[in-house]
Design a binder for this molecule. Structure first.
Ligand SMILES: *Cc1c(COP(=O)(O)O)cnc(C)c1O
Length: 758
């Protein structure tokens, strides 16, 4: 035999292609008369129609077949053709490594190599001298949210086998965890996003010996971040030496790819993942003169190549090409209609094991089904006991039993401890910076009189955004000099005064001019008058972006010679959204330009107001440290200050209220169970952006916390979207008449459902 036969699997060619077609092209350029056979698991795999293949095998989908029989069938295809096999699908390769270990015709890594590269890939990273981005495994949004907040919500949620979804907030995180678990089964991994350029290293090895490698820098990517064009280079000697180690230690056979991102700020290379097969862009390396698939097949079969490696270019681009459909592809029905669906399942099978359909045409090789079949069965999580303090807070709040339901429950103890913590933060900032520091509670976050009363008794200030809120605070007992007025609608229905405020912050240039006029007319008196600065680098509808030259000049003109006693600068953008690091970066950028502006206008800032949006999970030390950093940066730019304010809202009140509900019904659905409760989006309007932790209590039993899972709680309203919580495991014994308590409902859930005047 003068040329080998090669069987390739994974030949789909779509926006996120499998490598089969690229492998075929590379092998053909080494052996023009090579016989090539393609294997895939549904007729929807588009590469099956490619003219490169002499024969195609459409194998049964993963949902139908016995996995051992499928592996044996594949091996018999390879053996009867006297061929070698190159896998293009990670999971199929992992399965074959497990079920057919050491088969000489299967050019894939041994099982131990799969273990070494399993996400997040720490073993492989240490061999390769790469860092691993911070990560955490998460079953549900509760275990993942504080990790994500710490990284400004810029995290990736990765499926157990494939796929990574970028998230940017709590609701997206919850949906990504649920969606990836439903698609791939098993655990989901959260990983910090690393800003930087992506690179790949591709290699081939036989029995632990490296046959060749090269590096690729992505020069164009698709919306999903997949390579569309790249430039190919030699691997530098130190990286090559490390790769030799990885290949030797794992006794690697077959192709592989190491995906790396080099962080822009630090230059540190991080490992994203190691793929146990050639990448889809493999033919790009061949075009650059490094034909790794041919080197592998030649080394494995001993058959010399007919054509030499030749560099056509140092880079490659992808193109889209229409080709005639093969006979198997005729009659393939569009996804989502009749016949085979996109991930290779019959629609009728879907509700049994696939609650979430995969997006159109994304997985024609059926990898999600295989992934779910290979996932270890997970024990059903049980409700978790509460710590003593939580149990005591709830017992104090729910004195009357049976309670009125649904009802908002106020945890006075939680609020008091929060106020203690805030007083501690003020002392810490004062001690560290020497600047007197106080906080102004944001009344709009929860205007409950009990909250306002508790804040008043501590001697703290309130922050309001309308005249109505200001009146409400006055009625609650706040003197005018303990009220901070801000926001874009502060003069709505203003009666002309005269009124007095501790501080007034203007939200736009127009607002500044108008407020200065009101002060000049004597209608408004403010100890501190100032401007809210917009974050220059993140979109915000609030404040003035002084980095914009026109706004800069307008503010400087308005302030020059204005009747301002003490000038203040306010910066507020939710650190709970963008993360503490980005917050400090934005703050510093804004304050630096503002300092320059004030110098030109010949005025000095006296008061700094550091807004709200602090994540409720932050400890005293963390919040204090952040405020200290900001104050020091401000003093450096503005000179000495005589007051620092900050404006906690949800930081204080989110954990201080819950919504008590009664279970009306428990129903079985296609996708698991759901409990219907007597509360709804009327009591929990913020559920969409804030999945609440939920406690459960059967009659006479203690409260327990519901663990993550794939079940839901529905509300009482006849609205499809009245679903206050998904992603939970309901307890086995849950029944009509039991109670559920939605925790952390004291912030915007409270204010959005607040009835003023009642
Ligand atoms: C809303 C608001 C706050 C409080 O925000 P939270 O997200 O509740 O912490 C603080 N300051 C200003 C200016 C606000 O508009």
């Amino acid at each position: 035999m003068s040329t080998p036969t090669v069987v390739l699997s994974g030949v789909h060619s779509g926006p996120n292609p499998s490598p089969g077609l690229g492998l075929a092209r590379s092998l053909r350029s080494a052996w023009p008369r090579l016989r090539l056979e393609a294997v895939d698991y549904s007729p929807r795999s588009t590469g099956l129609s490619a003219s490169e293949f002499d024969r195609v095998h459409v194998r049964p989908g993963w949902h139908t077949a016995d996995l051992d029989a499928l592996c044996a069938g594949l091996v018999s295809i390879v053996e009867s053709a006297g061929a070698v096999f190159l896998p293009g699908l990670d999971l199929e390769a992992a399965l074959l490594a497990d079920r057919q270990p050491g088969h000489p015709a299967l050019l894939l890594p041994p099982s131990a190599a799969f273990d070494a590269v399993v996400k997040p890939g720490e073993t492989a990273a240490s061999l390769l001298g790469l860092a691993v981005p911070e990560y955490r495994f998460a079953e549900g949004v509760e275990d993942g949210a504080d990790f994500a907040v710490r990284h400004g919500w810029r995290v990736w949620v990765k499926g157990s086998r494939y796929e990574a979804v970028a998230t940017n907030g709590r609701a997206e995180l919850a949906a990504a965890i649920a969606g990836l678990r439903a698609t791939w089964g098993g655990e989901t991994l959260l990983q910090r996003h690393v800003d930087g350029a992506e690179e790949s290293v591709v290699f081939a090895a036989l029995d632990g010996e490296l046959l060749g490698a090269c590096a690729m820098r992505k020069t164009m990517v698709t919306a999903e971040g997949k390579t569309w064009a790249g430039s190919v280079d030699l691997l530098d000697p130190p990286s090559r030496a490390r790769l030799v180690d990885l290949v030797r230690v794992t006794r690697w056979t077959g192709g592989g790819e190491v995906e790396i991102v080099r962080e822009t700020d630090t230059g540190i290379p991080y490992l994203l993942e190691v793929n146990p097969r050639f990448p889809a862009w493999i033919h790009g390396a061949t075009l650059a003169g490094v034909n790794l698939p041919a080197r592998l097949v030649a080394a494995a079969t001993g058959i010399p190549r007919q054509e030499r490696e030749k560099a056509h270019s140092t880079g490659f681009v992808r193109v889209v090409e229409e080709i005639p459909a093969g006979p198997h592809a005729i009659g393939v029905v569009p996804t989502g209609q009749h016949g085979l669906s996109c991930d290779g399942e019959l629609p009728g099978h879907r509700c049994a094991d696939s609650p979430v359909p995969a997006p159109g045409g994304k997985h024609p090789s059926g990898m999600p089904v295989l992934s779910r079949r290979l996932a270890l069965p997970r024990p059903r999580p049980r409700p978790v006991d509460l710590d003593h303090r939580r149990a005591a807070d709830i017992a104090d709040a729910l004195l009357v039993d049976p309670y009125e339901s649904p009802a908002r429950v106020y945890f006075g103890g939680v609020l008091d401890r929060g106020l203690d913590r805030l007083a501690g933060v003020c002392r810490d900032v004062e001690d560290a910076t020497g600047v007197p520091t106080r906080f102004a509670y944001s009344a709009k976050t929860n205007p409950d009189p009990r909250v306002l009363g508790a804040v008043l008794r501590r001697g703290a200030l309130v922050e309001v955004i309308s005249q109505a809120e200001a009146r409400r605070c006055a009625e609650a007992g706040f003197p005018g000099d303990r009220v901070v007025l801000g926001g874009p609608a502060k003069w709505w229905r203003f009666d002309g005064g005269p009124v007095k405020f501790g501080a007034v912050f203007c939200d736009s240039v127009g607002d500044l001019r108008r407020t200065l006029a009101l002060v000049a007319e004597g209608g408004v008196y403010a100890d501190v008058l100032g401007l809210r600065l917009a974050p220059p680098g993140v979109p915000s509808r609030f404040g003035v972006d002084v980095t914009c030259p026109r706004a800069y000049r307008a503010v400087a003109d308005a302030l020059r010679g204005a009747p301002v006693g003490r000038l203040g600068l306010q910066f507020h953008h939710a650190a709970s959204q963008i993360g503490l690091r980005a917050w400090l970066r934005e703050f510093t950028a804004a304050i630096t330009v503002a300092a320059d502006l004030l110098t030109r206008a010949d005025v000095r800032a006296r008061c700094l107001d550091l807004g709200g949006g602090w994540p409720p999970g932050l400890g005293r030390a963390e919040l204090g440290a952040q405020l200290v950093r900001a104050t020091r940066a401000a003093v450096r730019e503005l000179g000495s200050l005589d007051q620092v304010l900050f404006e906690p809202g949800k930081y204080l009140v989110e954990p201080a209220m819950a919504v008590f509900t009664t279970v009306l019904d428990v129903r079985e659905g296609r996708h698991g169970r759901a409990a219907v409760v007597d509360a709804s989006i009327a009591e929990l309007p913020d559920w969409g952006s804030h999945p609440h932790p939920v406690l459960w209590r059967a009659p006479g039993a203690p409260w327990r916390r519901l663990p993550p899972g794939d079940e839901s709680v529905f509300g009482r309203l006849c609205m499809e979207h009245d679903r206050p919580r998904a992603g939970l495991t309901l307890p086995d014994g849950i029944a009509e008449g039991d109670h559920l308590l939605f925790l952390d409902a004291g912030a915007y859930d409270a204010s959005m459902s607040f009835r003023f005047g009642v």
